[in-house]
Design a binder for this molecule. Structure first.
Ligand SMILES: *[C@@H]1O[C@H](CO)[C@@H](O)[C@H](O)[C@H]1NC(C)=O
Ligand SMILES: *[C@@H]1O[C@H](CO)[C@@H](O)[C@H](O)[C@H]1NC(C)=O
Ligand SMILES: *[C@@H]1O[C@H](CO)[C@@H](O)[C@H](O)[C@H]1NC(C)=O
Ligand SMILES: *[C@@H]1O[C@H](CO)[C@@H](O)[C@H](O)[C@H]1NC(C)=O
Ligand SMILES: *[C@@H]1O[C@H](CO)[C@@H](O)[C@H](O)[C@H]1NC(C)=O
Length: 775
């Protein structure tokens, strides 16, 4: 069997993923969220008092209660976060009015690869920007690491008054006061109590964090400027990709909710407080580029799921990143049906760099570096051959930290191979730099993301080229190599792909809900950065780095948040589900050059809905989708009932006493703009409802692309809308034609009126009823 190193690379990534899953599930803490459902009083202060009262029963005094309470949630719902022992938590759960007690969780930003990736800018065309006045009037809330307010992206030149409905604040703190908010950054808050209760007091004198909305990490500045950054002329990363940098909704306002800390992670107690405030402040859309790895917490115990449920019930769209654990199936996170879950795609830009060997042969790699001494031959050595005495060869082969011998590496270009334990080009580059090498060639699984190299040329090649270089070295007495300058290549020859790292569906928690929902650019995105965040980088760059390339679903998430803000300006009466439907039914399966979008992985394949949901976002088409698949909170409650959660647990999410009725199966009948049947035994009939948002008198005809192994019929096949008929129901009957335990197959259902093409994806997996029975 051919086992190329490329296949091994994939297996290694899988193992690493499992290890981190294991670590994640061990987190246990003493911060608890005491959830009390919908608030009963209108006066937030009274709600707060009632929280103190309950807690003082447990802790013995009002003073102790005030001390232990971290947050009183009082706007969107009632509840509080407090530091409690296990037994106090148990005790408090029995109090009247207490719906549930949830242990705090620590979430992560979705750019685990942030230092290891780079490049690109948003691709929103004029149609939607013109119609929405670039999103002026809409308010995007960003839950992240805060903001660097001095960045040019956040200038408010020419912006009108802050919308009068805005009720948020500009919360002061370390190096952040009222003057840091303006007509662009209209609100800023920070939340650290849950974090500090877990990890101890943050010491601001470390200089690595600010106890304020100010961003020490860069991540929040990047996502905020991607969503709503003003136009900045002549932006570049060290001269590469020079051009105009701008957010997707350049006239929209930003409300900053700092819930994540550069020292590591975001606490769910803090996040719930941010949801509570954002709902009452009046944001239109929330962008949350964070989440936890699988196993996914249940929808009734996850702060992001609960907070977003309340936001969506109030008409606020919540957009989340889908995670960076691809290309493995079932790795997608943030899968509640009421949120928009975003996958990451690449765009039509690359950074080719020519590598010339001593025999004049040329190879092409990818790199991003400028201004260094290139076009000169250097000796080429393999990391494994120059291991330091106290390191093993495997480590040296991957140029792991401390593995190379300086005497042998000095002045040479070092070839390194990505390994199971050392996957990062950034780590390898800093190892080679530390032993005074002249450059590095890093061979790795072929993906489009490129690491930034600060002080020495780092060219990334795939394993095939890496292996070829080894052959060349063995056959040559004095192997040498020369790097050309990096170019920025644009255009047609570079096809759009779902990024290798982008997490894939189906959802491991609710496989009948298609996730991710949609894809947006998330590889090598150029946006504003925090100058405070370069401690490990050379001094020459410190305080100069205003724009930076980043890759991750963290970067694709604010792209969709921006498009949602624009749509909301054009259609203020559309619900979050309606906006999601418009995005999914109009999404594209092809890139701008009419080539099918493929999925990075091994081997490349045409992307399917578990890679990119409805497809790649097409903002201009989403303005006018023709038909809408809408849902509201009642539908989501029915969905939670069908998930099998008990009444108590559901009341907790919903905030009002809720009773489930055994009725329709809302796992498959929730009115989503997609139909996923994880287990089709024989025949199944599902219903959907569509609302006409196009011309009053419209005739739509059904067309089906049938998934392999099933027959699909739609009843009725024609939908007639007029001035009185706005909403129509139809049935889709799926029948299994196979007697085998199948895989998922994919198809589409289209409704067409001669102008609109309203497409929803169909995902069906056939199973044999008695497959698992013993007899
Ligand atoms: C606010 O901060 C700015 C610098 O960031 C400073 O110039 C200004 O004096 C501060 N204003 C107040 C009221 O502290
Ligand atoms: C863009 O910035 C560079 C320095 O980063 C400068 O040399 C160049 O003149 C600028 N171009 C324009 C058009 O402002
Ligand atoms: C490589 O090309 C250069 C000029 O193009 C030439 O001078 C040199 O002899 C060539 N070397 C080999 C090994 O072919
Ligand atoms: C590095 O290599 C040199 C030459 O082979 C050797 O003398 C020296 O001991 C090595 N040092 C380390 C730390 O491996
Ligand atoms: C309801 O479900 C929750 C968790 O989902 C569980 O903790 C609780 O015990 C259940 N309550 C009843 C009455 O079954």
């Amino acid at each position: 069997m051919a086992s190329s190193p490329w296949i091994f690379g994939m297996l290694y990534l899988g193992l690493i993923l499992q290890q981190s899953l294991f670590l994640n599930s061990l987190t246990s803490t003493n911060v608890h969220i005491v959830y009390m459902g919908e608030r009963r009083q209108d006066e937030p202060e009274l709600v707060s008092d009632s929280h103190h009262e309950i807690l003082s029963h447990i802790l013995g005094s009002k003073e102790a209660a005030k001390e232990s309470i971290l947050y009183s949630y009082k706007h969107g719902f009632s509840g509080f976060a407090a530091v409690l022992t296990q037994s106090q938590a148990k005790h408090i759960a029995d109090f009247p009015g207490v719906v549930n007690v949830i242990p705090n969780r620590i979430l992560r930003l979705c750019t685990t690869r942030s230092w290891d990736f780079l490049q690109v800018k948003p691709q929103i065309r004029n149609g939607i920007l013109a119609k929405s006045q670039s999103g002026s009037g809409s308010i995007i809330g960003v839950m992240d690491t805060g903001i660097w307010p001095e960045s040019e992206s956040f200038k408010d030149d020419g912006m009108g008054e802050v919308p009068s409905r805005w009720r948020g604040i500009c919360q002061e703190g370390e190096q952040f006061n009222h003057s840091n908010c303006n007509r662009k950054i209209i609100g800023a808050r920070w939340y650290i109590k849950g974090y500090e209760a877990e990890f101890g007091k943050l010491n601001p004198r470390d200089g690595v964090e600010f106890l304020s909305p100010r961003d020490a990490s860069g991540h929040g500045t990047h996502t905020s400027s991607t969503a709503a950054g003003a136009l900045v002329e002549n932006a570049s990363f060290m001269g590469l990709a020079r051009g105009v940098a701008r957010g997707g909704a350049p006239s929209a306002r930003l409300a900053i909710y700092k819930v994540c800390w550069s020292t590591g992670g975001c606490s769910s107690a803090d996040m719930l407080a941010a949801f509570d405030d954002a709902i009452s402040d009046g944001v239109d859309v929330l962008s949350a580029s964070l989440g936890s790895l699988p196993p996914l917490p249940s929808y009734v115990e996850d702060a992001l799921s609960i907070g977003s449920f309340h936001a969506v019930a109030k008409g606020i769209s919540v957009v989340c990143s889908g995670g960076n654990s691809g290309p493995y199936p079932q790795t997608v996170i943030n899968t509640a049906p009421w949120v928009l879950t975003v996958a990451a795609s690449t765009i039509d830009r690359a950074f080719p760099t020519i590598v010339t060997l001593g025999n004049n042969q040329t190879l092409v790699g990818q790199a991003v570096y400028t201004g260094l001494d290139v076009n000169k031959f250097y000796p080429l050595v393999y990391g494994e051959d120059i291991a330091s005495v106290d390191s093993d060869e495997d480590k040296a082969g991957a140029c792991d930290s401390g593995s190379l011998n300086e005497t042998l590496a000095r002045g040479k270009v070092v070839l390194c191979f990505q390994s199971r334990s050392q996957r990062s080009a950034t780590v390898a580059a800093s190892t080679v730099l530390s032993v005074k090498g002249a450059g590095i060639i890093f061979a790795k699984a072929p993906t489009k993301d490129v690491s930034v190299s600060w002080s020495l040329p780092c060219v990334q090649v795939d394993f095939t080229i890496g292996t070829y270089l080894l052959t060349y070295m063995e056959a040559t007495r004095n192997p040498v190599v020369k790097f050309g300058s990096t170019r920025t290549a644009l255009g047609q020859q570079i096809s759009s792909e779902v990024a290798f790292f982008s997490s894939r569906g189906p959802s491991s928690l609710s496989p009948a809900v298609l996730k991710p929902d949609i894809a947006a650019p998330g590889v090598n995105i150029l946006a504003s950065w925090s100058p405070a965040s370069s401690p490990s980088e050379p001094d020459m760059l410190k305080n100069k780095l205003k724009f930076k390339f980043e890759s991750g679903t963290s970067m694709s998430c604010p792209h969709i948040a921006a498009v949602v803000a624009l749509l909301k300006t054009i259609h203020p009466d559309w619900s979050p589900a309606a906006i999601k439907s418009a995005l999914i039914t109009t999404a594209s399966l092809e890139d701008e050059y009419c080539q099918n979008i493929v999925a990075e992985g091994a081997p490349h394949k045409q992307a399917d809905p578990f890679d990119y949901g409805g497809g790649h976002v097409d903002p201009n088409k989403a303005i006018n989708p023709g038909l809408i698949y809408d849902s509201d909170s009642t539908d989501y409650v029915n969905f939670l009932c069908s998930m099998g959660y008990n009444d108590t647990a559901i009341s907790l999410v919903v905030g009002t006493p809720t009773k489930c009725f055994k009725s329709t199966n809302f796992l498959v009948n929730l009115n989503l703009p997609s139909i996923t049947i994880p287990e089709l035994k024989q025949t199944l009939s599902v219903t959907r409802t569509v609302r006409n948002v196009g011309p009053e008198n419209s005739i739509y005809i059904a067309r089906i692309q049938t998934p392999a192994g099933v027959s699909v019929t739609v009843k009725p096949r024609i939908l007639l809308f007029d001035s009185t008929v706005k909403t129509l129901k139809f049935k889709v009957v799926l029948r299994s034609l196979l007697r085998i335990q199948g895989r998922y197959s994919f198809g589409n259902l289209f409704w067409e009126d001669g102008f609109h093409v309203v497409r929803i994806p169909l995902m069906v997996r056939t199973v044999i009823e008695d497959f698992y029975s013993e007899t």
